[in-house]
Design a protein around this ligand. Sequence first.
Ligand code: PFF
Length: 467
Amino acid sequence: MASDKVSIHGAWASRWVFILAATGSAVGLGNIWKFPYMTGMYGGGAFVMMYLVCIFLVGLPIMLAETLIGRRGRQSPVNTLKTLAIESGASPKWSWAALMGMIAALLILSFYSVVAGWSLDYILGMGRGQFSGVTADGAGAAFGALTADPWRLTLWHTLFMLLTGFVIARGVVAGLERSLRIMMPLLFVLLLILLGYSMTTGYFMQGFHFLFDFQPDKLLDGVLAAMGHAFFTLSVGVGSIMVYGAYMPKNASIGGTILTVGILDTLVALTAGLALFPIVFAGGMEPGAGPGLMFVTLPVAFGNIAFGQIMGTVFFILVLIAAWTSSISMLEPAVAYLVERTRRSRVVVTSVLALLCWIVGMGTVLSFNIAAEAKFFVFADDGFHLFQWGAEGGRNFFDSIDYLTSRILLPLGGLAFAVFAGWVLKREAVRDELALKSPLLFGVVYWLIRVVAPIGVLIVFVAELMK
Ligand code: PFF
């Protein structure tokens, strides 16, 4: 029998709202900003190939696992895992996995807010026509000037965090559904227009080959990065999808829903890649340029097409919205947990958590300018240093938080959730929640959750250690 628990935080009106919310969470800066720049840094096709494998064999099964756990428990991830573990006769310490995920989500939010803030700056810049006729060098210089200015970054970071806190404090259902219905399709349309532009650059095929050429020798280069990104882009491993699952109607089918979300997310990322790389090559830019990639290539495109000023402005508004619908899902697991635990209002809990994330985010703001030389996790000739100013190599604050969350915490969280759904919950419980008509299909999906996804995560970790 399906679980008959009820969430105290509210519920989605229908399966569609869950799809919107989960797609809103999944489609974000990860698709439009991070995927292209990571593909550039890890050399192209091999990365894309590993990313796709990780999405379908590991990411989607874990997303299913999270959704069904969430819907069965109907509380914040921490309390859901605790309750379900006790009901299944396992240790309540399973909730630690959700606690770790919750912290990872807050850490992600801290830097996500800074980058989303860049799009606020670009909305203004585009609107004012600052990029009309811009060259690749000019766009690069504009991006450099933005990141070099801690005050400007702080302003936008603060504003974005306020936007995120505002929606969460009011409750998710009311505000978001309406905007998502309009914005997500529009984002797609604009991406397709950009794709159209990239076809006119004369470098489309070069971009295409860069993304899709199979390079067996490079396959292992970025495998941990690819897996980490698969988790990041699907928002799994942190409890965001789990908490959204907790608000899902009882009778909605989970399987088709999750597949829809996964496919939409992948399509947006691939379209963004196909739109961006031809522009990179046409402008003689470096695909491995790092986090600035999208903020340099897109202005070049918009600066040089008809109606670019208006389309560019709209585009960055959509990027902002995509980021916004993702950032609220990072805050929700912790807010739900603290509301359950302290019985304080959402407003109070949200304010405290948003402030915390804002403070940590200031580390990212400064890592692009004043504290660019503050390096963490340095492996030097004289051994390992947790922190060293100006070290060769090592990671600045932003890189460190990104590394810690995407490469370590998300995969570990996902591993724990898959093992929980596959081995701790009773088979009957999983079957009830998934409610798949065909027993064969259930067998395959259950096997993916129980065996393939966990082993996939482990293999990638080992492959990385042995590199
Ligand atoms: N999936 C989001 C993106 O691709 O931008 C990022 C994200 C959202 C990560 C929510 C983690 C999370 F909990």
